[in-house]
Ligand binder design. Structure first.
Ligand code: GUN
Ligand code: FE
Length: 438
């Protein structure tokens, strides 16, 4: 073994298809040892069971800290980093007033490279090791992001936006251009190292039927790519889709008609679905990205987590920056809890951390590679400092078990709680300790 780390560990060891599975599948080692070799997990066990075998080997001692699998952000827009917290508008006006002008800047490769570095640093400093990411319509936006992620060896899925109508001229393209540029990016980046490509039509209103046909063609030509788009976020948007596509049964049918549903299809938001759409998501094994801070910030609506369990639809958590208001998964889980409260749904810490780790990996069809500490998994994880403020110390100090500690983390936690972030077995980010700062 190359690396042995002693700390507390929490993860889920297997797939959860019903909330009752959460406790059976959860694993907590108060004093454990994680063994890593060549970027992968080769073992996780209690200190007691490991100490003898480790005799004489150096052990990184992180006792007092809690290590969890790297957070998985299943929906985020890297070019919107610089417009986070744009005042006053709901989705459609927000796009026109704030989003499109900012995204137009990404025609410039230097800007894209600068913002890619900034964006990945934000992910890592918040404990997020994998993400499904929107670029802009410009191929150079995705080129810059993939280059930066490759240098960090991150498991990242991204794609250039495809859009050919209902957006400014400098952000639209023809279906043929969209096809050619997307194809070239897939050939260059898809399955290169830990990187993968997602076909990324922005959403139905900015897609003509001809564009969607091109997306369909690409998915047929590259069946192991992902599909990443928005679905049923805002009531005005839903009404607009009905008007634009009167021949389709509902919003989801616009995508389903072009065979864009299925495993590896991830639909952000899904707030105003009807029964048929829920059923179609289930039948096709499509996944949902639940984006609580975005849905609250844009006033879009309340995601129905209970329904997603009832329907057997896989859900991950998305920050949806820049409509979302934080990169931090702990804060995002805290907002998800409040979204639950508004619907009399009790989002437990177990469920919240499941969606943020293994559940998110499963929503992205990456649960063979990441999401927990099972042997063979890629070693992406976060070292959490459970109490970094007087208030957290007070509250954690009187918490009775791991569940309450996790719940306090998602209620009071933020980026200060992220002590270290490891990617593929290497520490890629570390918060300056008080001692170093002093
Ligand atoms: N729908 C279409 N584009 C976007 C976007 O950039 N952000 C959000 N939240 N919803 C969208
Ligand atoms: Fe979004």
């Amino acid at each position: 073994t190359d690396t042995a780390i002693r700390a507390s560990f929490f993860d889920f060891t297997g797939t959860v298809t019903h909330p009752d599975d959460l406790l059976n599948q959860a694993r907590y080692l108060e004093d454990g040892v994680l063994l890593l070799r060549e970027g992968r997990v080769v073992g996780l066990d209690s200190w007691e069971n490991s100490a003898a075998r480790l005799a004489g080997q150096p052990v990184t001692d992180l006792r007092g800290r809690l290590i969890v699998p790297g957070f998985v952000d299943t929906h985020i827009h890297y070019p919107q980093t610089e417009m986070i917290g744009a005042f006053g508008e709901q989705l459609l006006e927000w796009l026109n007033q704030y989003t499109f002008p900012v995204e137009a800047q990404y025609h410039c490769p230097d800007h894209a490279a600068r913002m890619s570095a900034f964006f990945l640093h934000q992910l890592l400093s918040n404990g997020t090791t994998s993400a499904l990411v929107f670029g802009t319509v410009h191929p150079q936006s995705v080129e810059a992001l993939f280059s930066a992620a490759e240098a960090l060896n991150m498991r990242l899925i991204a794609g250039k936006v495809m859009m050919d109508r209902n957006a400014p001229d400098n952000l639209t393209e023809t279906p043929e251009q969209s096809y050619q540029q997307t194809r070239a990016l897939i050939e260059r980046w898809h399955q290169r190292g830990r990187l993968s490509y997602a076909l990324t039509p922005r959403f139905a209103p900015t897609s003509s039927p001809a564009l969607l046909e091109k997306v369909q063609q690409l998915r047929q030509e590259f069946p192991d790519t992902w599909v990443h788009t928005h679905l049923s976020e805002n009531p005005q948007e839903v009404a607009w889709v009905k008007a634009l596509f009167p021949e389709r049964q509902d919003y989801l049918d616009v995508y389903h008609h072009h065979q864009l549903t299925g495993r590896r299809s991830v639909f952000a938001h899904c707030l105003h679905l009807d029964d048929r759409e829920w059923q179609c998501l289930h039948d096709t094994e499509s996944a949902i990205a639940f984006c609580p801070t975005s849905n609250l910030f844009l006033g879009s609506g309340l995601f129905n987590l209970k329904r997603s369990w009832q329907q057997g639809v896989s859900v991950g958590i998305g920050t949806d920056v820049g409509a979302g208001t934080t990169f931090n998964m702990l804060q995002t889980l805290g907002e998800a809890y409040k979204v639950g409260q508004l619907q009399h749904y009790r989002l437990s810490a177990a469920e919240a951390f499941y969606h943020a780790t293994l559940g998110g990996a499963r929503a992205l069809d990456l649960d063979q590679a990441i999401g927990n500490f099972n042997v063979g998994k890629e070693a992406d994880f976060v070292v959490l400092d459970p109490a970094v403020s007087a208030l957290q110390q007070l509250r954690i100090g009187n918490s009775k078990d791991i569940w309450e500690k996790l719940f306090v983390l998602m209620t009071l936690g933020d980026d200060r709680n992220i002590a270290q972030t490891w990617v593929a077995g290497r520490p890629v980010w570390q918060r300056e300790s008080q001692e170093q700062a002093a």
